[in-house]
Design a protein around this ligand. Structure first.
Ligand code: NAD
Ligand code: LMR
Length: 328
């Protein structure tokens, strides 16, 4: 097999639990393919450097054929230098009883500093994925702090919500997850998200027509997806890690290698589609091709239920934007 030239992947929060479940899969070729060597540029805080050296020792012990180089640093500009991809995980996770928005003041400054560093030293076509919560607004902060980079380089992680939405539908209708297409989760990665299966199909048949209980969508399904992160914190005593890592891998794989016409959910800066103000980082159904993201157009959001939920989640994002205005 002919190998491609290596790509530089910066990962922040690299000593944390999500990164621990992500790095080994990236170096194993699961994200970008078995012909894609990688250079991993790992960022974490000074006090986490010793643990990070332990992670690097384990990475070496895997003797990954695709791992061309790996290093650790506590300096964002060193981590992001010439990065083709930047995975921004480093941030405080919430604990029981908190909402993700409670993390805004604790984490927002991180994304300003890192946006500025990306602006200075990353490749001009760097693809940035923000997972640290509140992910949509943190991505917005990073994007606004990097005025020399195109806004379409920035995205936030809502693939975990998408996978949760697909998995719960598959269980409900008793069909495999692979049969489900055209699912989407609109809006903010928060309890206001709008998990929408109105367009979803299973082997080409309408999912909505298979679900006969009138209130199941609003009373059972949506709360379950929206509260899944909290349910995991309650059960595990720590926020989701392996499933978040899995979502990171698929988000980036699809962005870079394409979705072959299939819909996935990504939070991306709005281009004004569906009346969402330009620049707000909003979960949309998208199709990826040749490294570009296209928001699926022409879906009907005019019914009262959709209108109310889009408004709710958008208003929350507008409030979060207002709360970080002083930083930008
Ligand atoms: P963790 O506490 O295990 O790891 C976070 C790491 O980030 C730590 O090693 C910490 O030292 C590091 N860090 C903190 N500030 C940093 C900075 N300024 N620069 C570099 N590194 C920094 O947490 P985790 O479980 O890995 O979660 C990380 C974040 O991801 C949290 O905010 C969590 O809420 C979020 N998350 C998002 C999703 C999603 O779907 N968007 C899913 C799960 C978790
Ligand atoms: C999740 O959805 O699992 C993460 O965002 C973690 C959290 O705080 O819910």
């Amino acid at each position: 097999m002919t190998l491609k030239p290596p790509v530089r992947i910066a990962v922040t929060g690299a000593a944390g639990q999500i990164a621990y479940a992500t790095l080994f899969r990236i170096a194993g070729g699961i994200m970008l393919g078995r012909d894609q060597p990688v250079i991993l540029q790992l960022l974490d805080l000074p006090h986490a450097q010793k643990a990070l050296q332990g992670v690097i020792m384990e990475m070496h012990d895997c003797a990954f054929p695709l791992l061309e180089d790996i290093f650790a640093t506590d300096d964002p500009e060193t981590a992001f230098k010439d990065a083709d991809i930047a995975i921004l995980i480093g941030a405080r996770p919430r604990t029981q009883g908190m909402e993700r928005s409670d993390l805004l003041q604790a984490n927002a400054a991180i994304f300003k500093t890192q946006g500025e560093a990306l602006n200075k030293v990353a490749k001009r076509d760097v693809k940035v994925l923000v997972a640290g919560n509140p992910a949509n607004t943190n991505a917005y902060i990073a994007m606004k702090s990097a005025p020399d980079l195109p806004s379409e380089n920035f995205s936030a992680l809502m693939r975990l919500d998408h996978h949760r939405a697909v998995s719960q539908i598959a269980e409900k209708i008793g069909r495999p997850v692979t049969s489900i297409e055209k699912m989407c989760v609109w809006g903010n990665h928060s309890p206001t998200m709008y998990a929408d299966f109105r367009y979803a199909t299973s082997n080409g048949e309408s999912v909505a027509e298979m679900i006969t209980e009138p209130d199941w969508h609003s009373e059972v399904y949506m709360p379950k997806i929206a509260q899944r992160g909290a349910a995991i914190i309650e059960a595990r005593g720590a926020s989701s890690a392996a499933s978040a890592a899995n979502a990171i891998i698929y988000h980036l794989r699809d962005w870079i290698l394409g979705t072959s016409g299939k819909w996935v959910t990504m939070a991306v800066p709005s281009d004004g589609s569906y009346g969402i103000p330009e620049g707000i980082v909003f979960g949309f159904p998208v199709i990826c091709e040749n490294g570009n993201v296209e928001i699926v157009q022409g879906l009907d959001l005019s019914d009262d239920f959709s209108k109310a939920h889009i408004e709710l989640t958008l208003n929350e994002l507008l409030e979060e934007r207002e709360a970080v205005k002083h930083l930008l």
